[in-house]
Write a protein that binds this ligand. Structure first.
Ligand SMILES: Cc1cc2nc3c(=O)[nH]c(=O)nc-3n(C[C@H](O)[C@H](O)[C@H](O)COP(=O)(O)OP(=O)(O)OC[C@H]3O[C@@H](n4cnc5c(N)ncnc54)[C@H](O)[C@@H]3O)c2cc1C
Length: 445
């Protein structure tokens, strides 16, 4: 089959290489030129490219199944398995890496796949013939294809004009900034709250540290979009002052032990969005066109799930194509059913959790009339440890969010009794706003 993929991010590269390995003739087109030797890779079309990424074991496992050279190249380039186990096992926890290191390794391995071509260009539109997708138009030139895959990411627009896909979610009300540091030679890492990250839940904001390769790490501060008093955190001086004032982050960013390797990186509004393959009536937007990756499921980085859900969708499509009988409408509908069952629940989990967190940042109490968000169910394990017996599958993503709901009645009892999670020790949002205002010479609001 001739397959055209719009976008060569993690979805387009992984899927394209895996399809070519199955004998299909595949082209992925991306407006980005790709990495050039060892030069810095700007990658302007993917706003999160230089921002903090954590890599779950599920990412390494998917590479092992489909493109093992990408995993080997990733580790050879410096990515560090969290448990230091051999890279070929699935016993690990995750990989310490920047997004750039990951995508360079994937790009190199994918581009070396016979039958897979990664081209540079802007996909202007999808060719429609006899009511089905028949190719793509790249910079004014049409190319034929039997199947078109939209892997254009969370902000891709090229197929939007073909029809409105059924959608849930939107901006979740969180904004963030982050900055990349490197530990100085011989310096020990700072504290961790789990094998992949350090997390502090403060009164009105969230602090995170994700470790990358070779001593690099990212520090993230997430806040409510409406919280304009913390907007100046995007200035280095304000971020530095915040780092000195927040316990935990002060240890990580102590200049005696670590040095910044970037300026503060301001992020855009964070999204939790699910878009199916079909419109509100359940009809395919266009037979022969399928959607994959962030163009289907976009979640905030708080739980580091995006690349996992992306690669799992690719694997689901591969499996459907392996059993393909030429019915492209059936293919789209089958993928939609799979995404509805196995992707949408993760996005809905985030919509509830992230929206509720933002409401709590604004002073709202736990809403006992509504379903409890997953983070609050997990927090209640501090007083009812048996909750963790139902949490393993949810945390590793081996089981859907519904698996954690089993513990919801216990958590509900905890909150109905008046218990609330304690904030991490550190400045409240109001105190942090004063620190930020002082650092940039502004009068606090
Ligand atoms: C701030 C932030 C932090 C994140 N942190 C994590 C994390 O810690 N762990 C994790 O697992 N996930 C994380 N994610 C999610 C992860 O980044 C995404 O899941 C991943 O990028 C999805 O890959 P994709 O290939 O679907 O889309 P993208 O990476 O967005 O790639 C889409 C590609 O399509 C190209 N494109 C779009 N339109 C066109 C066109 N018309 N013509 C040609 N090319 C086009 C773009 O240039 C781009 O290269 C994070 C996301 C954000 C926003």
């Amino acid at each position: 089959m001739r397959i055209a993929i719009i976008g060569a991010g993690p979805a387009g590269l992984f899927l394209g290489s895996a399809l070519a390995r199955r004998g299909h003739a595949v082209v992925a087109v991306d407006r980005d030129p790709g990495p050039v030797g060892g030069e810095p890779w700007a990658r302007r079309g993917v706003m999160q490219f230089h921002h903090a990424h954590a890599f779950r074991q599920t990412v390494s496992d998917a590479l092992t199944r489909e493109i093992p050279e990408a995993l080997e190249g990733w580790v050879d380039a410096g990515a560090e398995p969290v448990d230091a186990a051999t890279v070929a096992t699935s016993a690990g926890v995750g990989m310490r890496s920047t997004r750039e290191l990951f995508e360079r390794a994937l790009h190199r391995a994918a581009c070396a796949t016979p039958g897979f071509e990664v081209g540079r260009g802007h996909v202007d539109s999808v060719v429609v013939h006899d009511g089905r997708a028949a190719g793509v138009v790249v910079d004014g030139t049409a190319y034929d294809a039997d199947l078109v895959v939209d892997a254009s990411g969370r902000a891709g627009r090229v197929t939007r004009g073909l029809g409105r896909r059924a959608e849930v979610g939107g901006p979740c009300g969180m904004a963030y900034v982050d900055r990349v540091y490197r530990l100085r030679p011989g310096a020990e890492p700072g504290p961790m709250t789990n094998p992949i990250a350090w997390q502090g839940d403060f009164d009105g904001y969230l602090g995170l540290v994700f470790r990358h390769e070779q001593g690099k790490f990212s520090v993230v501060i997430a806040r409510g979009v409406v919280d304009s008093a913390l907007r100046d955190l995007r200035q280095n001086s304000a971020f530095d002052a915040a780092m000195s004032a927040i316990p935990g982050l002060d240890v990580w960013t102590d200049l005696e032990r670590a040095e910044p390797v970037t300026d503060v990186l301001p992020g855009g509004p964070l999204l939790d969005v699910y878009r199916g393959q079909v419109d509100e009536d359940g009809d395919l937007v266009l037979p022969g066109l399928v959607f994959i990756g962030d163009s289907v499921a976009t979640t905030t980085p708080v739980f580091g799930r995006g690349i996992t859900t992306t690669l799992w969708q690719c694997e689901a499509l591969l499996s459907l194509l392996d059993h393909d009988d030429g019915d492209l409408a059936g293919l789209g509908l089958a993928l939609d059913a799979w995404c509805t069952d196995l992707m949408r629940p993760w996005v809905e989990d985030h919509i509830l959790m992230d929206g509720d967190r933002v409401a709590r940042w604004s002073g709202c109490d736990v809403d006992l009339e509504a379903p409890l968000p997953s983070d609050l169910i997990l927090e209640a394990a501090k007083v009812r440890p048996e909750i963790m017996e139902s949490a393993g599958g949810y945390l590793t993503m081996a089981a859907l969010p519904a698996s954690l709901r089993v513990a919801e009645p216990i958590a509900r009892e905890v909150y109905a009794g008046g218990w609330r999670p304690a904030y991490s020790p550190g400045p409240s949002r109001t105190e942090l706003a004063e620190i930020v205002a002082g650092a940039v010479g502004r009068t606090p609001a």
